[in-house]
Design a protein around this ligand. Structure first.
Ligand SMILES: Cc1cc2nc3c(=O)[nH]c(=O)nc-3n(C[C@H](O)[C@H](O)[C@H](O)COP(=O)(O)O)c2cc1C
Length: 183
C-alpha cells in the first residue's frame, strides 16, 4: 500500500504499535477535560499526525479471531481521547493471519471508522493476507493484489473527498444526542 500511495503522489508513514508497551483505556474520562489521554505513552505522540492526515490504514495480525490486543488498546485510547472531528478522513483496515478470523478482525477494525463519520475504503475482498512466518505474506499473490487495489481505491476516495470538501464543505453536524438504554 505504501508503494502505491507513493506512486499516486500521496505521502504516507508507517507507525508500528504492536511492539510497544501500550496500556488499555480505563474510561477515566480525563481526556474530556484535558483533550488528551491521561497516560503518557505513544498514543498522545501520534495524535497530531492523526489530526493532520486525510486517511488512516489499520493493519493487524489476527490473534484468537480478533485484532492484536496492543492494537485494540492503542485504538480505543486514540479514538476515545481525541476531540477533533474525524468526519471524512478515509479509513481502511487490513488483517493478516495464518488461517482464520480474518473477516471478524476486519469488521472489528472498521468499527473505529464508522462510529465517527470516517468513510471506509474498500478493496477487492475483505482486506486480508495469509501468512504466519516472516515473508510468507509476501507469497500471497491474491492478498497482495488486494492491498494494491485497496491503496488505489483509497487514494481515489481521499482525492474525491478533498474536491467535495472544497465544493460543498463538510456535512452539517447536529449536537450529539446521548441516551442510555436504561428503563
Ligand atoms: C496469540 C496468537 C493468536 C493467534 N491467533 C490466530 C488466529 O485466531 N487465527 C489465525 O489464523 N492465526 C492466528 N495466529 C497466527 C497469526 O495471525 C500470524 O502468525 C500472524 O502473521 C502473526 O503476525 P505477527 O508476527 O505480526 O504477530 C495467532 C498468533 C498468535 C501469536
Amino acid at each position: 500500500m505504501e508503494k502505491i500511495f507513493s506512486e499516486e503522489g500521496i505521502e504516507s508513514e508507517i507507525i508500528q504499535v504492536g511492539n510497544k508497551p501500550i496500556r488499555g483505556c480505563i474510561g477515566c474520562r480525563v481526556c474530556a477535560e484535558k483533550g488528551c489521554c491521561v497516560f503518557g505513552d505513544c498514543v498522545n505522540e501520534i495524535v497530531p499526525k492523526f489530526e493532520e492526515c486525510d486517511g488512516l490504514v489499520i493493519g493487524s495480525p489476527v490473534y484468537y479471531a480478533s485484532a492484536n490486543g496492543t492494537m485494540i488498546s492503542f485504538l480505543d485510547r486514540l479514538f476515545f481521547s481525541t476531540p477533533f472531528d474525524k468526519t471524512m478522513k478515509v479509513g481502511a483496515s487490513v488483517a493478516v493471519a495464518r488461517r482464520g478470523g480474518l473477516s471478524a478482525t476486519f469488521d472489528e477494525l472498521n468499527k473505529y471508522f464508522t462510529i465517527c463519520g470516517m468513510p471506509v475504503a474498500s478493496g477487492q475482498y475483505w482486506n486480508s493476507v495469509h501468512g504466519r512466518e516472516l515473508g510468507e505474506a509476501a507469497r500471497d499473490a491474491e492478498g497482495l493484489q488486494g492491498m494494491r487495489t485497496l491503496a488505489r481505491n483509497m487514494a481515489f476516495l481521499m482525492r474525491a473527498i478533498e474536491l467535495g470538501k472544497e465544493k460543498y464543505g463538510l456535512p452539517k453536524k447536529e449536537p450529539f444526542e446521548m441516551t442510555n438504554f436504561i428503563r
